[in-house]
Design a protein around this ligand. Structure first.
Ligand SMILES: NC(=O)c1ccc[n+]([C@@H]2O[C@H](COP(=O)([O-])OP(=O)(O)OC[C@H]3O[C@@H](n4cnc5c(N)ncnc54)[C@H](O)[C@@H]3O)[C@@H](O)[C@H]2O)c1
Length: 281
């Protein structure tokens, strides 16, 4: 039997002591915790921000889309939580450092961080036709950006001796995508994020920091421009998906909350797939 207690910051802590029950819903409660989310302006970042706020957290939003970022922050405030919208290009290490410094200055801690900002291959195609410039642009956001984000989050989390760090990878970090379309740079970065997550899970387990990744399948967002508005693209990915449909972005909320909360207190180094069954094939 596990025991819960409320720590000095009001955060539910779950210990292994026997004797008291903790209500399972309490494990998902993020009241007064602080979450930093990159790529918060749109798509999965927006719904992750909404989920964090609905569960009680204050949210620091980082994105290059300043209008979208402010919209997300407004949504968080409408839910009764505090929010900061910080312009942050995750390819710029000074921007990422400033994002976490502002979060720390405003709230005095960072309990949860999502390295979520990401881009698709600018021009999908096989490697022998792939441009170096496009390769570098994908690596800069999807891999270097995750490194910068994880590093700044971990500086604060090590000081706190606690934290939840979540990298948004992809199911294409676990398998090649060319049976659907050739996206070599995206695949390479997401595979690297998967293994970086495992490495960080091991490095930071002694610091009471859990590091996990989400590996989404096909979620309807702005990723890849208007691809999700293209009926041929949607037909192709639907045919590939055992559940025979694309997910709505909102369907990411439960996965995000599980990994951000005490519900996953004994989970680290997990690649949490949410893909309508694609990786089960
Ligand atoms: N939608 C899917 O089907 C899917 C599947 C697997 C993984 N993912 C991953 O989910 C994450 C979120 O993608 P999404 O689907 O919500 O896409 P999206 O395009 O809707 O949102 C991505 C956000 O990242 C921001 N961004 C892009 N470059 C940035 C930079 N340099 N610095 C800061 N912010 C930047 C964009 O402005 C945007 O707000 C990405 O890492 C993506 O690879 C998405």
């Amino acid at each position: 039997m596990k025991r819960s207690k409320t720590g000095p910051t009001g955060i539910v802590q779950v210990s292994s002591e026997r004797g008291r029950k903790v209500n399972v819903m309490q494990m998902f409660d993020l009241t007064d915790q602080v979450a930093v989310i990159t790529g918060a302006a749109n798509g999965l970042g927006y719904v992750i921000a909404e989920a964090m706020a609905e569960a009680g957290a204050h949210v620091v939003c980082g994105d290059i889309d300043t209008d979208g970022n402010e919209r997300t922050a407004e949504r968080v405030r409408a839910l009764g939580r505090s929010a900061l919208a910080v312009r942050c290009d995750v390819t710029n290490e000074a921007d990422v450092a400033a994002l976490f410094e502002q979060a720390d200055k405003e709230f005095g801690r960072v309990d949860i961080a999502f390295a979520n900002a990401g881009i698709a291959d600018p021009v999908p195609g096989p490697v022998h036709e792939y441009q170096t410039e496009h390769w570098n642009s994908v690596l800069a956001v999807n891999l270097q950006g995750v490194f910068f984000t994880d590093r700044e989050a971990l500086k604060i989390m090590v000081r706190q001796e606690r934290g939840k760090l979540i990298n948004v990878a992809s199911m294409w970090g676990l398998a090649g995508a060319s049976s659907v379309f050739p996206i070599p740079a995206y695949n390479a970065t997401k595979g690297a994020v998967v293994n970086l997550t495992r490495e960080l899970a091991l490095e930071y387990a002694p610091h009471n920091i859990q590091v996990n990744a989400i590996c989404p399948g096909f979620f309807r967002t702005r990723l890849a421009g208007g691809a999700y508005d293209d009926p041929d693209f949607v037909a192709a990915i639907t045919a590939f998906t055992p559940m025979d449909r694309v997910a709505e972005a909102e369907e990411m909320k439960g996965t995000a909350l599980y990994l951000a909360s005490a519900a996953s207190s004994y989970t680290t180094g997990l690649m949490m797939v949410s893909d309508g069954g694609c990786m089960a094939k």
